[in-house]
Design a protein around this ligand. Structure first.
Ligand SMILES: [Fe+2]
Length: 465
Protein backbone atom coordinates (compact mmCIF):
# COMPACT_ATOMS: atom_id res chain seq x y z
CA UNK A 1 0.00 0.00 0.00
CA UNK A 2 1.38 3.39 -0.84
CA UNK A 3 2.16 6.02 1.78
CA UNK A 4 -0.10 9.06 2.22
CA UNK A 5 1.14 12.55 1.41
CA UNK A 6 2.43 14.33 4.52
CA UNK A 7 -0.08 16.56 6.29
CA UNK A 8 2.55 19.06 7.48
CA UNK A 9 3.99 20.25 4.16
CA UNK A 10 2.25 23.51 3.19
CA UNK A 11 2.83 22.95 -0.51
CA UNK A 12 1.21 19.49 -0.38
CA UNK A 13 -2.02 20.55 1.32
CA UNK A 14 -5.12 22.59 0.52
CA UNK A 15 -5.19 23.38 -3.18
CA UNK A 16 -1.45 22.71 -3.39
CA UNK A 17 -2.18 19.01 -2.85
CA UNK A 18 -1.66 17.02 -6.05
CA UNK A 19 -4.63 15.88 -8.10
CA UNK A 20 -4.14 12.11 -8.50
CA UNK A 21 -6.20 11.42 -11.65
CA UNK A 22 -5.81 11.84 -15.38
CA UNK A 23 -8.93 12.18 -17.46
CA UNK A 24 -11.07 13.89 -20.00
CA UNK A 25 -14.37 15.75 -19.96
CA UNK A 26 -15.93 16.20 -23.36
CA UNK A 27 -18.44 18.95 -22.74
CA UNK A 28 -17.98 21.09 -19.67
CA UNK A 29 -20.75 22.91 -17.86
CA UNK A 30 -20.58 26.58 -18.82
CA UNK A 31 -22.29 29.33 -16.87
CA UNK A 32 -22.71 32.37 -19.06
CA UNK A 33 -21.58 32.25 -22.66
CA UNK A 34 -18.17 31.58 -24.15
CA UNK A 35 -17.58 34.20 -26.87
CA UNK A 36 -17.59 32.55 -30.30
CA UNK A 37 -14.40 34.37 -31.22
CA UNK A 38 -12.46 32.15 -28.80
CA UNK A 39 -11.15 29.14 -30.66
CA UNK A 40 -8.10 27.27 -29.51
CA UNK A 41 -6.54 25.63 -26.49
CA UNK A 42 -5.43 26.92 -23.13
CA UNK A 43 -2.66 24.80 -21.59
CA UNK A 44 -1.49 25.17 -18.01
CA UNK A 45 1.48 23.48 -16.33
CA UNK A 46 2.14 22.99 -12.63
CA UNK A 47 3.80 20.72 -10.08
CA UNK A 48 1.76 17.66 -9.17
CA UNK A 49 3.88 15.03 -7.41
CA UNK A 50 3.02 11.48 -8.34
CA UNK A 51 4.26 10.06 -5.00
CA UNK A 52 4.90 11.43 -1.51
CA UNK A 53 8.41 12.91 -1.35
CA UNK A 54 11.32 10.99 0.20
CA UNK A 55 12.46 14.04 2.17
CA UNK A 56 11.27 17.62 2.33
CA UNK A 57 9.14 18.95 -0.50
CA UNK A 58 9.65 22.17 -2.38
CA UNK A 59 6.87 23.63 -4.56
CA UNK A 60 9.24 23.61 -7.53
CA UNK A 61 9.82 19.83 -7.29
CA UNK A 62 6.52 18.19 -8.27
CA UNK A 63 6.02 16.26 -11.51
CA UNK A 64 4.58 18.47 -14.23
CA UNK A 65 0.89 17.97 -14.97
CA UNK A 66 -0.76 19.67 -17.92
CA UNK A 67 -4.37 20.82 -17.76
CA UNK A 68 -5.84 21.72 -21.16
CA UNK A 69 -9.10 23.40 -22.10
CA UNK A 70 -10.07 23.21 -25.77
CA UNK A 71 -12.63 25.81 -26.74
CA UNK A 72 -14.64 25.93 -29.95
CA UNK A 73 -18.14 27.10 -30.95
CA UNK A 74 -18.93 28.26 -27.43
CA UNK A 75 -18.17 24.82 -25.93
CA UNK A 76 -15.22 23.60 -23.90
CA UNK A 77 -13.59 20.24 -23.27
CA UNK A 78 -10.92 19.40 -20.72
CA UNK A 79 -8.06 16.95 -20.44
CA UNK A 80 -5.21 16.53 -17.99
CA UNK A 81 -2.06 14.40 -18.12
CA UNK A 82 1.25 14.17 -16.40
CA UNK A 83 4.33 14.76 -18.53
CA UNK A 84 6.06 11.37 -18.89
CA UNK A 85 9.54 12.48 -17.90
CA UNK A 86 12.30 9.96 -17.18
CA UNK A 87 11.73 10.59 -13.48
CA UNK A 88 7.99 10.03 -13.77
CA UNK A 89 8.50 6.69 -15.54
CA UNK A 90 11.21 5.43 -13.18
CA UNK A 91 9.12 6.31 -10.16
CA UNK A 92 5.95 4.83 -11.61
CA UNK A 93 7.81 1.57 -12.25
CA UNK A 94 9.11 1.62 -8.69
CA UNK A 95 5.77 2.67 -7.19
CA UNK A 96 7.39 5.35 -5.06
CA UNK A 97 9.50 8.51 -5.14
CA UNK A 98 13.15 7.79 -5.92
CA UNK A 99 14.73 11.24 -6.01
CA UNK A 100 15.24 14.07 -3.57
CA UNK A 101 14.29 17.59 -4.54
CA UNK A 102 15.42 21.17 -4.12
CA UNK A 103 14.81 21.21 -0.37
CA UNK A 104 17.21 18.28 -0.01
CA UNK A 105 20.20 19.68 -1.85
CA UNK A 106 23.08 19.00 0.48
CA UNK A 107 21.19 16.40 2.50
CA UNK A 108 23.55 13.47 2.83
CA UNK A 109 20.89 11.01 4.01
CA UNK A 110 21.12 8.19 1.44
CA UNK A 111 17.42 7.41 1.92
CA UNK A 112 16.64 10.83 0.45
CA UNK A 113 18.86 10.18 -2.53
CA UNK A 114 19.55 13.88 -2.95
CA UNK A 115 21.84 14.80 -5.77
CA UNK A 116 22.76 17.80 -7.86
CA UNK A 117 21.07 16.46 -10.93
CA UNK A 118 17.49 16.31 -9.72
CA UNK A 119 15.73 14.93 -12.80
CA UNK A 120 13.71 17.12 -15.13
CA UNK A 121 10.25 17.75 -13.66
CA UNK A 122 8.84 19.51 -16.78
CA UNK A 123 6.51 21.41 -14.44
CA UNK A 124 6.85 25.15 -15.02
CA UNK A 125 5.44 26.36 -18.32
CA UNK A 126 4.06 25.16 -21.61
CA UNK A 127 4.42 26.94 -24.95
CA UNK A 128 3.21 26.43 -28.50
CA UNK A 129 5.79 27.36 -31.12
CA UNK A 130 6.43 26.24 -34.70
CA UNK A 131 3.81 23.50 -34.42
CA UNK A 132 5.32 22.04 -31.26
CA UNK A 133 3.83 21.96 -27.78
CA UNK A 134 6.71 22.09 -25.30
CA UNK A 135 6.56 21.54 -21.53
CA UNK A 136 9.34 23.55 -19.88
CA UNK A 137 11.54 23.34 -16.80
CA UNK A 138 14.45 25.72 -16.37
CA UNK A 139 17.16 23.24 -15.44
CA UNK A 140 16.88 20.89 -18.42
CA UNK A 141 15.66 20.41 -21.98
CA UNK A 142 12.01 20.65 -23.00
CA UNK A 143 9.49 17.83 -23.42
CA UNK A 144 7.38 17.69 -26.59
CA UNK A 145 3.72 16.79 -26.16
CA UNK A 146 0.88 15.91 -28.50
CA UNK A 147 -1.36 19.02 -28.50
CA UNK A 148 -4.60 17.01 -28.63
CA UNK A 149 -3.94 13.99 -26.41
CA UNK A 150 -1.21 15.55 -24.19
CA UNK A 151 0.76 12.30 -24.65
CA UNK A 152 4.46 12.89 -24.13
CA UNK A 153 6.39 12.54 -27.37
CA UNK A 154 9.68 12.74 -25.47
CA UNK A 155 12.48 15.07 -24.36
CA UNK A 156 13.18 17.65 -27.03
CA UNK A 157 16.48 19.52 -27.40
CA UNK A 158 16.01 20.99 -30.89
CA UNK A 159 17.64 18.06 -32.63
CA UNK A 160 20.63 17.99 -30.29
CA UNK A 161 21.36 21.70 -30.80
CA UNK A 162 20.34 22.92 -27.33
CA UNK A 163 23.49 23.17 -25.21
CA UNK A 164 22.69 23.16 -21.50
CA UNK A 165 19.31 23.82 -19.92
CA UNK A 166 16.54 26.00 -21.33
CA UNK A 167 14.51 28.58 -19.45
CA UNK A 168 10.84 27.98 -18.75
CA UNK A 169 10.23 31.55 -19.98
CA UNK A 170 11.11 31.80 -23.68
CA UNK A 171 9.83 34.91 -25.45
CA UNK A 172 7.88 34.76 -28.69
CA UNK A 173 8.68 37.69 -30.95
CA UNK A 174 5.33 38.83 -32.42
CA UNK A 175 7.05 40.42 -35.43
CA UNK A 176 9.66 37.82 -36.44
CA UNK A 177 7.95 34.70 -35.10
CA UNK A 178 11.22 33.72 -33.42
CA UNK A 179 11.41 32.14 -29.98
CA UNK A 180 14.18 33.69 -27.86
CA UNK A 181 15.52 31.67 -24.94
CA UNK A 182 18.33 31.46 -22.45
CA UNK A 183 19.69 28.86 -20.09
CA UNK A 184 21.46 29.33 -16.78
CA UNK A 185 23.60 26.90 -14.86
CA UNK A 186 25.51 26.72 -11.56
CA UNK A 187 28.44 25.33 -13.59
CA UNK A 188 30.23 27.22 -16.38
CA UNK A 189 29.14 28.55 -18.75
CA UNK A 190 26.73 30.20 -16.33
CA UNK A 191 24.54 31.78 -19.00
CA UNK A 192 23.68 31.12 -22.63
CA UNK A 193 21.34 32.91 -25.01
CA UNK A 194 19.55 31.03 -27.81
CA UNK A 195 17.52 31.99 -30.84
CA UNK A 196 14.96 29.58 -32.32
CA UNK A 197 13.76 30.55 -35.80
CA UNK A 198 10.11 30.93 -36.75
CA UNK A 199 10.15 27.40 -38.15
CA UNK A 200 11.52 25.91 -34.93
CA UNK A 201 15.25 25.53 -35.67
CA UNK A 202 17.75 26.53 -33.00
CA UNK A 203 19.91 28.84 -35.11
CA UNK A 204 22.11 30.70 -32.64
CA UNK A 205 23.69 30.26 -29.20
CA UNK A 206 25.78 32.91 -27.41
CA UNK A 207 27.62 32.42 -24.15
CA UNK A 208 27.09 35.45 -21.92
CA UNK A 209 29.70 36.29 -19.31
CA UNK A 210 28.35 36.96 -15.82
CA UNK A 211 30.40 37.43 -12.63
CA UNK A 212 28.58 34.81 -10.56
CA UNK A 213 26.09 32.03 -11.35
CA UNK A 214 22.61 33.06 -10.23
CA UNK A 215 19.11 31.65 -10.35
CA UNK A 216 17.74 33.51 -13.36
CA UNK A 217 14.12 32.52 -13.75
CA UNK A 218 13.11 34.82 -16.59
CA UNK A 219 14.43 37.48 -18.97
CA UNK A 220 13.06 40.10 -21.36
CA UNK A 221 13.41 40.69 -25.08
CA UNK A 222 12.49 43.89 -26.89
CA UNK A 223 12.54 44.58 -30.62
CA UNK A 224 16.17 45.77 -30.23
CA UNK A 225 17.56 44.33 -26.98
CA UNK A 226 17.85 41.30 -24.74
CA UNK A 227 17.74 42.00 -20.99
CA UNK A 228 19.31 39.68 -18.41
CA UNK A 229 18.50 40.19 -14.73
CA UNK A 230 21.38 39.07 -12.51
CA UNK A 231 19.73 39.22 -9.07
CA UNK A 232 21.89 38.20 -6.10
CA UNK A 233 20.35 34.74 -5.58
CA UNK A 234 23.77 33.16 -6.08
CA UNK A 235 24.68 29.49 -6.53
CA UNK A 236 27.26 28.51 -3.92
CA UNK A 237 28.00 24.87 -4.59
CA UNK A 238 30.50 24.93 -1.73
CA UNK A 239 27.49 25.26 0.61
CA UNK A 240 26.61 21.64 -0.18
CA UNK A 241 29.35 20.37 2.12
CA UNK A 242 28.22 22.67 4.92
CA UNK A 243 24.57 21.68 4.72
CA UNK A 244 23.63 25.25 3.77
CA UNK A 245 21.27 26.28 0.95
CA UNK A 246 22.94 26.12 -2.46
CA UNK A 247 21.13 29.28 -3.51
CA UNK A 248 22.44 32.03 -1.28
CA UNK A 249 20.97 35.53 -0.95
CA UNK A 250 23.87 38.03 -1.24
CA UNK A 251 22.36 41.54 -1.25
CA UNK A 252 25.79 43.15 -1.00
CA UNK A 253 26.30 42.21 -4.66
CA UNK A 254 23.30 44.30 -5.72
CA UNK A 255 21.31 43.48 -8.83
CA UNK A 256 22.94 43.80 -12.23
CA UNK A 257 20.84 44.26 -15.33
CA UNK A 258 22.51 43.49 -18.64
CA UNK A 259 21.21 45.00 -21.87
CA UNK A 260 22.48 43.32 -25.04
CA UNK A 261 21.67 44.37 -28.61
CA UNK A 262 19.64 41.60 -30.29
CA UNK A 263 22.35 41.12 -32.89
CA UNK A 264 25.20 41.38 -30.37
CA UNK A 265 27.02 39.06 -28.01
CA UNK A 266 28.50 38.97 -24.53
CA UNK A 267 31.00 41.79 -25.14
CA UNK A 268 28.19 44.14 -26.23
CA UNK A 269 26.26 43.84 -22.98
CA UNK A 270 25.82 47.15 -21.10
CA UNK A 271 25.49 46.53 -17.37
CA UNK A 272 23.36 48.62 -14.99
CA UNK A 273 23.54 48.56 -11.20
CA UNK A 274 20.31 48.37 -9.21
CA UNK A 275 19.43 47.85 -5.57
CA UNK A 276 19.32 44.21 -4.51
CA UNK A 277 16.01 42.64 -5.50
CA UNK A 278 14.60 39.52 -7.04
CA UNK A 279 12.45 39.28 -10.14
CA UNK A 280 10.77 36.04 -11.09
CA UNK A 281 8.70 37.62 -13.86
CA UNK A 282 8.74 40.72 -16.04
CA UNK A 283 5.53 42.02 -17.57
CA UNK A 284 7.14 43.50 -20.69
CA UNK A 285 9.82 45.89 -21.91
CA UNK A 286 10.50 48.02 -24.96
CA UNK A 287 13.36 50.00 -26.48
CA UNK A 288 13.01 53.64 -27.53
CA UNK A 289 15.39 56.53 -28.24
CA UNK A 290 18.47 55.22 -26.44
CA UNK A 291 16.66 53.70 -23.50
CA UNK A 292 14.97 50.53 -22.44
CA UNK A 293 11.84 50.61 -20.30
CA UNK A 294 11.05 47.41 -18.39
CA UNK A 295 8.12 46.60 -16.10
CA UNK A 296 8.78 43.78 -13.62
CA UNK A 297 7.25 42.25 -10.50
CA UNK A 298 9.97 43.10 -8.02
CA UNK A 299 10.65 41.44 -4.65
CA UNK A 300 12.96 43.11 -2.13
CA UNK A 301 14.62 39.69 -1.68
CA UNK A 302 14.34 36.24 -3.20
CA UNK A 303 11.27 34.36 -1.92
CA UNK A 304 10.86 30.58 -1.62
CA UNK A 305 14.60 29.88 -1.77
CA UNK A 306 17.44 29.64 0.72
CA UNK A 307 16.68 31.42 4.00
CA UNK A 308 13.27 32.47 2.64
CA UNK A 309 12.12 28.93 1.87
CA UNK A 310 10.34 28.41 5.18
CA UNK A 311 8.18 31.48 4.72
CA UNK A 312 6.32 29.95 1.79
CA UNK A 313 3.48 31.97 0.31
CA UNK A 314 3.60 34.57 3.08
CA UNK A 315 6.73 35.93 1.46
CA UNK A 316 5.27 36.15 -2.03
CA UNK A 317 4.65 39.86 -2.34
CA UNK A 318 6.15 41.55 -5.36
CA UNK A 319 5.30 45.06 -6.57
CA UNK A 320 4.96 46.09 -10.18
CA UNK A 321 8.01 48.27 -10.80
CA UNK A 322 9.29 50.21 -13.81
CA UNK A 323 12.97 50.36 -14.67
CA UNK A 324 14.10 52.99 -17.15
CA UNK A 325 17.58 52.13 -18.37
CA UNK A 326 19.40 54.97 -20.11
CA UNK A 327 21.91 53.41 -22.49
CA UNK A 328 23.92 56.61 -23.05
CA UNK A 329 24.44 57.56 -19.41
CA UNK A 330 24.36 54.02 -17.99
CA UNK A 331 21.89 55.13 -15.33
CA UNK A 332 18.80 53.36 -14.10
CA UNK A 333 15.63 54.86 -12.71
CA UNK A 334 13.37 52.67 -10.62
CA UNK A 335 9.76 53.53 -9.74
CA UNK A 336 6.96 51.49 -8.20
CA UNK A 337 3.85 51.49 -10.39
CA UNK A 338 1.54 50.02 -7.76
CA UNK A 339 1.56 49.25 -4.06
CA UNK A 340 -0.56 46.09 -4.38
CA UNK A 341 1.10 42.70 -4.43
CA UNK A 342 1.17 41.22 -7.92
CA UNK A 343 2.65 38.21 -9.69
CA UNK A 344 2.26 36.22 -12.91
CA UNK A 345 2.32 39.42 -15.02
CA UNK A 346 1.20 39.08 -18.63
CA UNK A 347 0.21 41.28 -21.55
CA UNK A 348 -1.45 41.22 -24.92
CA UNK A 349 1.40 39.18 -26.42
CA UNK A 350 1.06 40.90 -29.78
CA UNK A 351 2.90 43.76 -28.01
CA UNK A 352 5.65 41.62 -26.44
CA UNK A 353 8.90 43.60 -26.64
CA UNK A 354 7.08 46.66 -27.97
CA UNK A 355 5.59 49.78 -26.38
CA UNK A 356 2.36 48.71 -24.73
CA UNK A 357 -0.51 50.01 -22.68
CA UNK A 358 -2.28 47.06 -21.08
CA UNK A 359 -0.85 44.62 -18.56
CA UNK A 360 -2.45 41.91 -16.43
CA UNK A 361 -1.45 40.03 -13.30
CA UNK A 362 -2.67 37.93 -10.42
CA UNK A 363 -2.82 40.10 -7.33
CA UNK A 364 -3.49 40.13 -3.63
CA UNK A 365 -5.37 43.23 -2.54
CA UNK A 366 -5.46 44.18 1.14
CA UNK A 367 -8.14 42.28 3.00
CA UNK A 368 -9.09 41.93 6.66
CA UNK A 369 -8.39 38.29 7.19
CA UNK A 370 -5.19 36.50 6.37
CA UNK A 371 -5.35 34.27 3.36
CA UNK A 372 -3.02 32.40 1.08
CA UNK A 373 -2.91 32.98 -2.64
CA UNK A 374 -4.02 35.66 -5.05
CA UNK A 375 -7.55 36.99 -4.79
CA UNK A 376 -7.73 39.28 -7.82
CA UNK A 377 -7.11 39.40 -11.52
CA UNK A 378 -5.60 42.82 -12.18
CA UNK A 379 -5.70 44.96 -15.29
CA UNK A 380 -3.20 47.80 -15.48
CA UNK A 381 -3.78 50.62 -17.93
CA UNK A 382 -0.21 51.88 -17.98
CA UNK A 383 -1.08 54.89 -20.09
CA UNK A 384 -3.76 56.13 -17.70
CA UNK A 385 -1.97 54.81 -14.62
CA UNK A 386 -5.04 52.94 -13.41
CA UNK A 387 -5.58 49.49 -11.97
CA UNK A 388 -8.85 47.56 -12.12
CA UNK A 389 -9.52 44.27 -10.38
CA UNK A 390 -11.74 41.24 -10.66
CA UNK A 391 -11.85 40.05 -7.09
CA UNK A 392 -12.93 36.53 -6.16
CA UNK A 393 -14.48 35.31 -2.90
CA UNK A 394 -12.65 35.11 0.43
CA UNK A 395 -12.02 31.37 0.09
CA UNK A 396 -11.13 31.52 -3.60
CA UNK A 397 -7.82 32.10 -5.38
CA UNK A 398 -6.82 32.94 -8.94
CA UNK A 399 -3.88 32.00 -11.12
CA UNK A 400 -2.06 33.66 -14.00
CA UNK A 401 -4.33 35.53 -16.43
CA UNK A 402 -3.84 34.84 -20.15
CA UNK A 403 -4.90 37.35 -22.81
CA UNK A 404 -6.68 36.16 -25.96
CA UNK A 405 -7.32 38.83 -28.63
CA UNK A 406 -10.88 39.15 -29.92
CA UNK A 407 -9.58 38.89 -33.49
CA UNK A 408 -6.02 38.77 -34.84
CA UNK A 409 -6.10 42.48 -35.71
CA UNK A 410 -8.18 43.77 -32.78
CA UNK A 411 -6.78 46.82 -30.95
CA UNK A 412 -4.38 46.17 -28.07
CA UNK A 413 -6.33 44.98 -25.04
CA UNK A 414 -9.51 44.21 -27.01
CA UNK A 415 -10.13 40.61 -26.09
CA UNK A 416 -10.52 38.21 -23.22
CA UNK A 417 -8.70 37.13 -20.10
CA UNK A 418 -8.62 33.45 -19.24
CA UNK A 419 -7.66 32.47 -15.70
CA UNK A 420 -8.12 29.51 -13.43
CA UNK A 421 -9.94 30.20 -10.20
CA UNK A 422 -10.13 27.83 -7.26
CA UNK A 423 -13.46 27.89 -5.43
CA UNK A 424 -12.38 27.04 -1.91
CA UNK A 425 -15.78 26.30 -0.38
CA UNK A 426 -16.55 23.74 -3.08
CA UNK A 427 -12.96 22.55 -3.62
CA UNK A 428 -13.22 22.76 -7.38
CA UNK A 429 -11.81 24.94 -10.13
CA UNK A 430 -13.19 26.97 -13.01
CA UNK A 431 -11.78 28.64 -16.07
CA UNK A 432 -12.95 32.23 -15.85
CA UNK A 433 -13.41 34.16 -19.07
CA UNK A 434 -13.43 37.91 -18.54
CA UNK A 435 -13.84 40.83 -20.91
CA UNK A 436 -10.30 42.23 -20.79
CA UNK A 437 -11.62 45.78 -21.05
CA UNK A 438 -14.02 45.33 -18.13
CA UNK A 439 -12.31 42.89 -15.80
CA UNK A 440 -14.24 44.13 -12.77
CA UNK A 441 -17.54 43.04 -14.34
CA UNK A 442 -19.21 39.65 -14.08
CA UNK A 443 -17.36 36.93 -16.01
CA UNK A 444 -18.54 36.39 -19.57
CA UNK A 445 -18.32 32.68 -18.84
CA UNK A 446 -17.37 30.31 -16.04
CA UNK A 447 -16.20 26.99 -17.43
CA UNK A 448 -16.83 24.66 -14.50
CA UNK A 449 -14.89 21.56 -13.54
CA UNK A 450 -16.26 19.02 -11.07
CA UNK A 451 -12.80 18.80 -9.49
CA UNK A 452 -9.98 21.14 -8.53
CA UNK A 453 -6.80 22.01 -10.38
CA UNK A 454 -3.93 22.47 -7.92
CA UNK A 455 -2.23 25.87 -7.83
CA UNK A 456 0.42 25.84 -10.52
CA UNK A 457 2.67 28.05 -12.53
CA UNK A 458 2.24 29.10 -16.14
CA UNK A 459 0.04 28.56 -19.13
CA UNK A 460 -0.39 29.77 -22.67
CA UNK A 461 -2.98 30.03 -25.37
CA UNK A 462 -2.62 28.19 -28.68
CA UNK A 463 -4.83 29.88 -31.26
CA UNK A 464 -6.84 27.48 -33.42
CA UNK A 465 -5.27 24.38 -31.83
FE1 LIG B 1 7.80 31.53 -13.91
Amino acid sequence: MSRPFPADEPFLNGNYAPWPMEGEIRDLVVEGEIPREIEGSYYRNGPNPQYPPRGRYHWFDGDGMIHAFRIRDGRASYRNRWVRTARFQLERAAGEALFGGLADFGNSDPRVGANMTSPNAANTNIVWHAGRLLALWEAGPTHALDPRTLETVGPYDFGGKLAGPMTAHPKLDPESGEMLCFGYSPLPPFLRYHVVSKDGRLVRTEEIEVPVPTMMHDFIVTRDHVIFMVCPAVFRLENLEKGLPVINWEPELGTRIGVMPRAGGSRDVVWFEADPCYVFHPMNAWSEAGRVVADVCRYPRVPLMGDSAEQGMQDLSARLTRWTLDLASGTLKEEALDDASSEFPRLDERHAGLAYRHGYAAGALPRDQERAGFDSILHYDLEKGTRRAHRVGPQDAVGEPIFVPRTPDAAEGDGFLLALVYRGAEQRSELLILDAQHVEGAPLARVCLPHRIPFGFHGNWAQGV
